[in-house]
Design a protein around this ligand. Structure first.
Ligand SMILES: COc1cc(O)cc(C/C=C(\C)CC/C=C(\C)CC/C=C(\C)CC/C=C(\C)CC/C=C(\C)CC/C=C(\C)CC/C=C(\C)CC/C=C(\C)CC/C=C(\C)CCC=C(C)C)c1O
Ligand SMILES: C[S@@+](CC[C@H](N)C(=O)[O-])C[C@H]1O[C@@H](n2cnc3c(N)ncnc32)[C@H](O)[C@@H]1O
Length: 327
């Protein structure tokens, strides 16, 4: 089982200088301070020279992580309500579809990266629990002459009720994880669930550890997507599956026009009215436009070493689910 939050935090800190630099970056500090070793300073200068985008803004790669951190730190408390309001609940259907595509088997070890407030993890736990209960009922019905104690025992073990399945939610943002943990507590999710603070680009997990890796609406925010994909490949067991739910490209010109209108004219206004945060929601719609198309992203997944890569566009391509296997 993966280490819970505190242990993961420990291992996160114990990975030497590159981890320390990463930590500084997250805290908005510069890795070029005079006390840093020369190699670290040179690396940092080299990195600073490379530019990337934060929405439609051009920023250095070093800056991007901190800016993304601020966005999710700012929206964390209103994140769930915003999603329901902005999408009229449609994001729930997309997330359900991801689970139906996944169809986890008993005993599945899932890693949900950029898991935020736990939507995918909770759906996974519901799914595996209902599958297990159905199986248990079938077995109990088939067995004659069981005592009531034997029947009660079958239902009492909380860990067992998941059939050995587990999910680790990993996210870089403390505030998002905090909201997720509070939700889990309030909704009664406890067994088979761990929360880990970590970066998709440098996952704090051993090689070949998980059966399934999911990332929902997360990869768009990562600075080096290729690095995150390689990490996904590394932590999956051979035979393991990568699943990504992300905004994609709308191909119908009429829908695309309406979609643009809604995205740019309505979403930032909702962001301001509900969350008091226009900028974060402007970043959301801009970052969607910067993300590669279905076909381009498929190629990136293949480049990371995944096989049998496929995708399915949902709601006219507003989002897509990409799937690939580590063979
Ligand atoms: C800071 O970063 C973030 C913050 C977050 O809170 C979330 C995320 C990550 C995102 C998720 C977890 C998913 C949930 C969030 C969203 C779906 C928000 C993003 C939304 C869009 C990019 C736009 C597309 C939205 C939808 C398809 C949802 C359904 C919405 C509608 C049908 C719109 C209905 C609204 C009205 C009628 C209000 C009036 C609108 C206008 C005056 C503007 C003109 C618009 C229209 C006439 C209709 C809009 C049409 C479309 C959106 C296309 C319809 C497509 C089809 C029918 C196929 C995060 O990173
Ligand atoms: C739009 S939220 C998605 C949350 C959740 N998966 C969902 O579907 O509702 C994006 C999440 O990605 C996380 N994130 C951004 N960059 C990350 C990185 N490099 N590593 C891990 N998580 C990251 C953010 O902190 C945020 O919680």
């Amino acid at each position: 089982m993966a280490a819970p939050g505190s242990c993961a935090l420990w291992s996160y800190c114990g990975r030497g200088w590159s981890w320390a630099m990463r930590g500084c970056q997250l805290l908005g500090l510069r890795s070029s301070w005079p006390g840093a070793p020369l190699s670290a300073r040179l690396l940092s200068q080299e990195k600073r020279a490379t530019e990337t985008h934060f929405g439609f803004e051009t920023v250095s790669e070093e800056e991007k992580g901190g800016k993304v951190y601020q966005v999710f730190e700012s929206v964390a408390k209103k994140y769930d309500v915003m999603n329901d309001m902005m999408s009229l609940g449609i994001h729930r259907v997309w997330k359900d579809l991801l689970l139906w595509k996944m169809r986890p088997l008993p005993g599945t070890q899932l890693l949900d990266v950029a898991g935020g407030t736990g939507d995918i993890a909770f759906r996974f736990l519901n799914y595996v629990q209902s599958q297990h209960q159905r199986k248990q009922k079938r077995q109990l019905r088939a067995q004659q002459n069981l005592s009531w104690e034997e029947i009660a025992k079958e239902y009492q073990n909380e860990e067992d009720s998941l059939g050995g399945s587990r999910v680790v939610v990993c996210d870089i943002n403390k505030e998002m994880l905090k909201v997720g943990k509070q939700k889990a507590l309030a909704q009664g999710y406890r067994a088979g669930l761990a929360w880990v603070l970590g970066d998709a680009e440098e996952l704090p997990f051993d090689d070949d550890k998980f059966d399934i890796y999911t990332i929902a609406f997360g990869i768009r925010n990562v600075t080096h997507i290729d690095q995150a994909l390689q990490e996904a490949h590394r932590v999956l067991k051979p035979g393991g599956r990568f699943l990504c739910l992300e905004f994609s490209q709308v191909n119908n010109p009429l829908i695309s026009r309406l979609y643009d209108l809604y995205s740019f004219q309505v979403i930032p206004v909702l962001g301001e009215v509900i969350a008091g945060d226009w900028k974060s929601y402007q970043y959301l719609v801009e970052s969607i436009r910067k993300f590669p198309s279905q076909e381009e992203f498929k190629e990136m997944i293949e480049d990371a070493g995944f096989h049998k890569v496929t995708y399915e566009s949902l709601t006219s391509g507003i989002v897509a689910i990409h799937s690939g296997f580590k063979l």
